[in-house]
Design a protein around this ligand. Structure first.
Ligand SMILES: Cc1ncc(COP(=O)(O)O)c(C=O)c1O
Length: 317
C-alpha cells in the first residue's frame, strides 16, 4: 500500500479537519441561502452564522468590534483592498523584501502612479530588523505592511517591535497573516497592529475562496469597489459603514460556514508548536522520501532560523 505524504501545506493545508467538511456539507444543504437579502427564517439563520463567524474571528485576532471583521475571497483580495484603499499618489509606504506577490504586485502597480515604496531587507536567517523601519518613516508615510510569517522559509517577523515603532510615529501598520494565523498566535492588540489580512485555506485549516481582514477602529480604508450589499439598496453609492464598506456582492456563505466549522474555533498554534519539534516531524517524512529514492539525508539543508519559524504540518495517508 503506498503512503502519500503531503508536504505542501504552505500552499494550502490538506486535508482539513473532519468538522470542516461535515459542517460545510450540513450548512450548505440546510441553510445555503443569501444572507441579509430578506427576512424569512432561513435567511435570518444564515445571517446569524455569518455574524457569529465575524465574532469568532474577531476574538481569534483579539479585535474589539466584530463589524470591523470583513470577509473577502482570500488574502490577496484583502491585501488589495488594504493597499489600494490606504495609499494614493504622493504617499509613501514601507514594506520588506520578503513579501508575497499579493503585497508586492499591488505596490508595484501603485508605484507607477506616484506612490513611493521603501523595501526593508532581511538578514541571512530570514528576519527584518525592527529598527530599520522608523529610519525610513517620512511625513507622508501612510502604511507599513509586512508578511508576519515568511512563506518561503517560515521565519516569524518581530511584528510587536515593528508595531510599537509604527504606533509611536502614528503610521498605520498592516500585517499579512496568511501563513501565521492558526500557526502562531496573532494578537493585534498586543502587537500594535491596525489591519490584519488572513486567508482560510492555509494554517487556519479552512476552505479556499474565503479570507478577510480586520480593521482597527480609527483606521479608514477608502472604497475601491462598489456594488450589492443587501442593505439599504436604494442608496446610490456603496455603504460607508463596516463591514459592508469592504464587502461587495453575495458573500461566499459556504466559505464562511467552513471558517465557522460548527463553532470549532481555529487553533492558535500548530499541533507541535513552533520550533524544532517541526523538524522531528518533518525528518521522518523526508526519510521516507529519501529511502524511496535510494539516497540519504546528508544533503538536507535547513533554511532560515531553527526556532522562530512556523510549523507546516506534514500529513500522512
Ligand atoms: C505570505 C502569503 N501572503 C499571501 C498569500 C496569498 O494567499 P491567497 O492565495 O489565499 O490569496 C500567500 C499564499 O501563498 C502567502 O503565503
Amino acid at each position: 500500500m503506498s503512503t502519500l505524504i503531503y508536504l505542501d501545506n504552505g500552499a494550502t493545508s490538506f486535508p482539513k479537519p473532519p468538522e470542516v467538511y461535515d459542517f460545510m456539507d450540513h450548512f450548505y444543504r440546510n441553510f445555503g441561502v443569501n444572507p441579509g437579502r430578506s427576512g424569512y427564517d432561513l435567511c435570518v439563520e444564515t445571517g446569524e452564522l455569518v455574524e457569529n463567524t465575524r465574532k469568532m474571528l474577531t476574538r481569534f485576532f483579539n479585535g474589539a468590534d466584530p463589524n470591523r471583521l470583513c470577509f473577502s475571497y482570500n488574502s490577496t483580495d484583502a491585501l488589495n483592498l488594504i493597499i489600494f484603499g490606504m495609499l494614493k499618489p504622493d504617499d509613501h509606504a514601507v514594506t520588506t523584501t520578503l513579501e508575497h506577490n499579493s503585497v508586492l504586485r499591488p505596490l508595484y502597480h501603485l508605484s507607477r502612479t506616484g506612490v513611493e515604496v521603501d523595501y526593508v531587507p532581511f538578514d541571512k536567517a530570514g528576519f527584518v530588523d525592527p529598527d530599520d523601519f522608523p529610519k525610513r518613516f517620512k511625513k507622508n508615510t501612510k502604511l507599513v505592511i509586512i508578511n508576519h510569517a515568511f512563506n518561503v522559509i517560515g521565519t516569524i517577523q518581530p511584528i510587536r517591535e515593528i508595531g510599537r515603532h509604527c504606533r509611536e510615529h502614528g503610521v498605520p501598520f498592516a500585517i499579512d497573516a496568511s501563513q501565521s494565523a492558526g500557526n502562531v498566535p496573532v494578537d493585534i492588540e498586543d502587537a500594535f497592529v491596525d489591519v490584519v489580512a488572513f486567508t482560510g485555506h492555509k494554517s487556519l485549516l479552512r476552505p479556499t475562496g474565503i479570507g478577510g481582514l480586520y480593521v482597527r477602529e480609527g483606521i479608514e480604508i477608502r472604497l475601491t469597489r462598489a456594488g450589492g450589499t443587501g442593505v439599504r439598496s436604494a442608496v446610490r453609492t456603496h455603504l460607508e459603514e463596516y463591514p459592508y464598506r469592504l464587502e461587495y456582492g453575495t458573500l461566499n456563505v459556504l466559505g464562511v460556514a467552513g471558517l465557522h466549522a460548527g463553532d470549532a474555533e481555529p487553533a492558535r498554534s500548530g499541533p507541535v508548536g513552533p520550533g524544532l519539534g517541526l523538524i522531528d516531524l518533518e525528518v521522518p517524512a523526508l526519510e521516507v522520501l529519501a529511502v524511496e529514492r535510494g539516497d540519504g539525508l546528508q544533503d538536507l539543508v535547513l533554511l532560515g532560523h531553527p526556532h522562530d519559524k512556523i510549523t507546516p504540518y506534514p500529513t500522512y495517508y
